[in-house]
Design a protein around this ligand. Structure first.
Ligand SMILES: [Zn+2]
Length: 717
């Protein structure tokens, strides 16, 4: 009795009382104090000086995937993990990765101008200046000459607008500006409309001088700064374009490159506004609509011509190696249940922000776990940490790993946690809604370095601000932190949307400016001047991810919850019912989807009722119950029910029936994608098919939750 009071008093002085939720999801009350104490011990470890050291080491040189410099960073991280005392190794894969042999663009009429296609070194920042050629990975080879058409952001609606203005891009080279959607969509839609080439430039209105001073005077994109990046058709599938669905290893089975569905058919190149200006200056034809105009000192015309370009691009198409750095901390009592946490290590150039800010934070999380191991702790579940290679090209390292271990991951992976570049501001959290309550709980235990208050508070406020006016009231009265559904754009995609595993994606941001993304100016100096300058948010991210990992690794019952999933799915159903009403010819009947979601809601409520007995259960008794194993297996495989083997129409690699990147948005999410895209694009039979697949997936999840409820009742009896 005295000992217990002493423990409680100790814990109470360590943690601000207002921050905590009363219990911990997944833990009986008698296990909460020890768990909280361990988490507190962990959160003291991450150190800003170390984050700075890691960033300076890993982002001190260019390290693009497929080149020896990527191996250098992988080897450095490997040695670091080992120095912490962790079991680490490099796991190698390979992928078809094009490297530019020739990139040249010339304005041939009316006046000649040879595009520079170079990011110059700035004397104020010797780390800047391109050591990686300016190009878009998975562009087609090509030698084309044609008149230019300005296509605004190059999104489907922009091409439609051009048609109404009587301008065709057939046989033309299109000039698009970055923004409004993922870059890969622009040349894809240009090609579908008959264009023979595509240039994508960064207009100063979007991330240059219109926004603020340009680097180095300010954080924004300078005159000859440009945005590299992949244009692989990732909404079809990410990963190696010639091994869709299986791990790509040296000597393994490969498709022919000509048969790849994801390599672009036309040449495409990113350019600076310095290089775009001479082209735009020489365009005639109609003046561009007001909202199409950027911030360059010219009148924006649409063309076509008389500006005419000659564009020549050729690539060396080769299988190149990928180096994933993998750490394993073996579990004791539940070694066959895995908690996985990853961030990529490859960058386009130096990549201080993208991805090293996140990779450094992961390494401090690793060191924190290593410190706990030294103090005698061992996790119940197995923890795997990963620094992926080749993310920038198309999630290559993570996808090949996920595809190789497909069957094992489907059996063993409880949750995949992802981070990528991170900055200062507030917590952004997205992922599987079965983890929403768990995520919110953890966010209450991690403090904002500036305010000293839980990161939960600002995150929730921002999440509500993001809602539409109509939903705001409901969101305000909802005490939970509403996590965002995930589209794509980072390494969670193969786990969440291909294997249909539970996933979370977290970062800090909102106050870091975005002017050097994928350019040679994303340097340590830029990051230390304009982003998380003192690394306190990087430390907070380590504290957050470490707490997520520790709690998932040791919770006797995996902390899933299903009423939040049902509430979220019901919101999607309502949105789609409204969308269906606006489509005159649609007879799409959403009733089966609504009925399935209501069934899940009832099952979720019954689960919560059974769950309410967990707090009073004795941990010792609970751990001895054979039903606990069955319960965790049912929870671990719950997200799997939301996928099917057929996948989405025209992109069978994407199995998840609730979350997918939009076919024509690229990164942006489409929830219940088959229904939503079917309705949006007028394919109503397909949308109705989507209602069937969504309903059967949600019904299957409801049945699984009912099973889990029975196991839970037995386990806590
Ligand atoms: Zn990244």
């Amino acid at each position: 009795m005295f000992a217990l009071i002493a423990v409680l008093a100790l814990v109470a002085t360590q943690i601000p009382a207002t921050a905590q939720s009363p219990g911990l999801r997944g833990f009986p009350d008698d296990a909460v104090a020890a768990q909280r104490q361990r988490e507190e011990q962990f959160r003291k470890v991450p150190d800003v000086a170390r984050l700075k050291e890691y960033m300076e080491a890993m982002a001190g040189d260019s390290h693009v995937a497929g080149q020896p410099s990527s191996k250098r960073v992988a080897d450095w991280a490997l040695a670091k993990f080992k120095s912490f005392g962790l079991d680490a190794r490099i796991e190698e894969f390979e992928a078809m990765m094009p490297w530019p042999l020739e990139t040249s663009v010339e304005l041939v009429a009316p006046e000649r101008y040879t595009l520079k296609l170079k990011e110059p070194v700035l004397p104020e920042d010797p780390d800047s200046g391109d050591q990686t050629p300016l190009y878009n990975a998975y562009s087609g080879d090509g030698d084309v000459t044609g008149e230019v058409v300005y296509v605004n952001y190059g999104m489907p609606a922009d091409f439609e607008r051009l048609k109404t203005l009587g301008i065709s891009v057939k046989g033309k080279i299109v000039l698009a500006r970055y923004g409004a959607g993922w870059r890969g969509i622009k040349p894809k839609v240009a090609y579908e409309n008959g264009a023979i080439g595509c240039l994508i430039y960064s207009d100063p209105r979007d991330d240059g001088y219109f926004q603020g001073d340009v680097y180095p005077a300010g954080p924004y994109r300078p005159e000859y700064g440009a945005q590299r990046g992949s244009v692989m058709d990732m909404p079809v599938h990410p990963g190696d374009p010639i091994t869709p669905g299986w791990g790509s290893e040296a000597g393994g089975k490969k498709n022919r490159r000509e048969d790849s569905q994801t390599i672009l058919k036309i040449p495409v190149l990113p350019i600076s506004y310095g290089d775009a200006l001479p082209i735009l200056k020489q365009l005639k034809g109609p003046v561009a609509p007001a909202e199409w105009r950027g911030a360059l000192p010219i009148t924006y015309h649409l063309g076509p011509g008389p500006a005419q370009l000659h564009m020549k691009l050729s690539f060396e198409w080769k299988n190149r190696p990928l180096y994933n750095v993998m750490v394993t901390i073996p579990g004791t009592t539940r070694a066959d249940e895995w908690v996985i946490f990853g961030n990529h290590h490859d960058a386009w150039v130096m990549g201080a922000d993208d991805p090293i800010s996140g990779a450094s934070s992961l390494m401090e999380t690793a060191r924190g776990l290593a410190e706990l191991l030294k103090s005698g702790w061992k996790p119940s579940r197995t923890i795997k940490l990963a620094l992926w290679d080749g993310e920038e090209w198309g999630l290559l390292g993570s996808t090949e790993w996920a595809e190789k271990y497909d069957a094992e991951l489907k059996q063993k992976a409880a949750v995949y946690i992802n981070t990528d570049g991170t900055g200062k501001g507030w917590l952004n959290a997205g992922g599987s809604h079965g983890l929403q309550q768990f995520m919110g709980e953890v966010a209450k235990d991690v403090m904002d370095p500036r305010t000293g208050k839980p990161v939960f508070e600002e995150a929730r406020r921002r999440a509500i601000l993001g809602e539409t006016e109509a939903d705001r009231k409901a969101a305000e009265s909802d005490p939970s932190l509403r996590i965002a559904p995930l589209g794509s754009g980072s390494d969670f995609t193969p786990f969440l949307q291909h294997l249909t595993l539970s996933a979370l994606n977290v970062s800090f941001g909102g106050e870091s400016p975005g002017g050097v993304y994928h350019s040679a100016y994303d340097t340590v100096k830029w990051y230390q001047t304009y982003s998380d300058t003192d690394y306190t948010y990087g430390r907070t991210l380590s504290q957050l991810t470490g707490t997520l990992v520790l709690r998932l690794a040791d919770a006797p019952v995996l902390p899933f919850q299903f009423t939040d999933t049902a509430d979220t799915l019901l919101r999607y159903v309502v949105e789609l019912e409204k969308l269906a009403e606006t489509k005159k010819d649609s007879k799409v009947d959403m009733k089966p989807a609504r009925a399935a979601v209501e069934k899940l809601r009832d099952a979720g409520r019954a689960f919560e009722k059974a769950y309410s007995s967990l707090g009073k259960a004795s941990t010792a008794t609970l751990l001895g119950r054979k039903e606990l194993q069955a319960l965790n297996q049912l929870l671990l495989t719950s997200e799997r029910k939301l996928g099917n083997t057929e996948g989405l129409p025209r992109r069978e690699w994407f199995k998840h029936q609730i979350y997918a990147p939009g076919f024509y948005t690229g990164y942006g999410v489409k929830t219940m994608p088959q229904i939503r895209e079917g309705l949006e694009e007028g394919r109503f039979t397909e949308a109705q098919g989507g209602v069937r697949t969504v309903s059967s997936a949600v019904n299957a999840l409801a049945a699984q939750v009912e099973e889990a409820t029975k196991a839970l009742q037995q386990a806590v009896k």
